[in-house]
Every structure is written in structure tokens, then in C-alpha cells.
Design a protein around this ligand. Sequence first.
Ligand code: GUN
Length: 286
Amino acid sequence: MASIIDGKAISLAIKEELKKKVRELKEKGVRINLAVIQVGDNPASAVYVRNKKKGCEYIGIGSLSYELDKETTQEELLDLIRELNAREDVNGILVQLPLPSHIDEDTVIRAIDPKKDVDGFHPQSVGALCIGQPGFVSCTPAGVIQLLKRSGIQIEGKECVVLGRSNIVGKPMSILLLRENATVTIAHSRTRNLKEVTGRADILIAAVGRPKMITRDYVKAGAVVIDVGINRDENNKLCGDVDFDDVAPICSAITPVPGGVGPMTVAMLLYNCVASVTIGQSGAIS
Ligand code: GUN
């Protein structure tokens, strides 16, 4: 039976480290503020935003909340971002995605000052990650690396398969694993012989958004399985991309949903907020 990677416990350890750093910064007169913008009333987004604000409070950083009506125009949102870019007391700006369909996400992400891009979504942040320069790293993939490292799982030299190629998870995930000297394959909906490909993985990262898609016939015995998915099953119960009950007995370590990768996203967002003042823009955490 696999060991269960406890994302709640690991994220709490990171938050405690950050809390200490924030206290030290406060003694030096440095205060950190994160601006959180939500447009519309997507219920899942509201939960994520609430958790992010609670995380800020927990480690002692300020959060400014902007809950905008779903009819907000793109120009109004861009005006707010420009105002926050200019404010010296705002260190990080987070625009919760998805945005209503009349707003172009790329335009909004590009409007955020890269020095305040704590989500790591700006093309400058992504480019910096690709060429190994300092910059903010997308929170969920950064959280997966921390889960692996803090669970004592070696990444260097391992065959890693990332299932999914989104800008937020799959692509940055593969670059981060490469940075850790893994051999990386990105698999996706058009990959042929998918089970053969995922079955080669020492570390399999599932980020496809399909409830319980990964059954044991996709997984090599003894592999480490990281489940990034947050879905609802047929009974409206929260579940991942991995069929946990089927896969857990044959792998060496696995993340549950909930309580695996999810809490790490918030922890790494908080890490980026603190990093924005302590170490310039370095998104790296060892
Ligand atoms: N929507 C889903 N995940 C994320 C995230 O990490 N950041 C933001 N801003 N929106 C999201």
C-alpha cells in the first residue's frame, strides 16, 4: 500500500515558515499586501479566493479584496490593475480565473506588473522560468515540487510523465521537473498509446481535469502518483483525476483529493507574496 502524501501537513509547515519570515519583516518595518480580484460570482472561485485570503491572514500579511460585478468591463478591470500596479503598498496582484467570457484573460494577465505577478502567469514570468532566470513560478506546479521534495522523493534522473498541457499546470510543471534534472514527457489528449506512456513513469502527475480517469492500468507498480485534478464525481463528491482506491494499492506514494495538491497552491501563493519583498522576484524555493 502506498504512503499518502499529506498536502495539508506540508502546506502547514510552509505556512509556519512564512509566518516567521513575515514576523521578522514586520520588525524591520516591512509590510506585505496582496490584492485579490474576483469578477462575477463563480462559486468555486469564491471558495479559492476565501482560502487565499484566509492564508494571508494566517501568516500575517494583508489582503485587499476586490469583488467586482460580473458585468464589469475589461477596461474597468484593466484600470483597477493599473491603479494597483502603481500602489507602493501593494506587493502582489491576483486575478482569480476564469474570468467572464467578455474579458480576455491574456490581456488581463499581461496588464499585471511582472514584479507583482504572484500567480506566475505573466509571459515574462513564464519566459524567465523556461530559461532559468529569477521570476515568480506558477503556484500549483511549484507546490507539487515541494510535495515531492518534502516527502523525500528524489526527482533527479527519474522518468516523469505530466498528463495535461495547460499554461497554469502542465507546461510549467514539466519545466520545473526538468529544472530538477528529471527526464520529462508531456502527455495529452492526442497522445497515442497513452497507457504505455504513463506506464513508464516513475513519477506520474495527472492534471487533465477528468474525474478518476487514471486507473491502475495507467500506472507502473511502485510509481509515485500526484493528482492535480479537482473534479466532482457522479455523486457530486470532490475527486481527483486519479481513481485513488484503484491506484493506491499498487503505487509507492500518492496524493489524496482533497488534502493533497490543493492546499499547496495557497501555500506557494503565500510564498510568492513573501518572496516579492525578501528575495526580489526569485520564485525558487529549495
Ligand atoms: N483559477 C484556478 N487556479 C488558479 C490559480 O492558481 N490562480 C488564479 N488566479 N486563478 C486560478
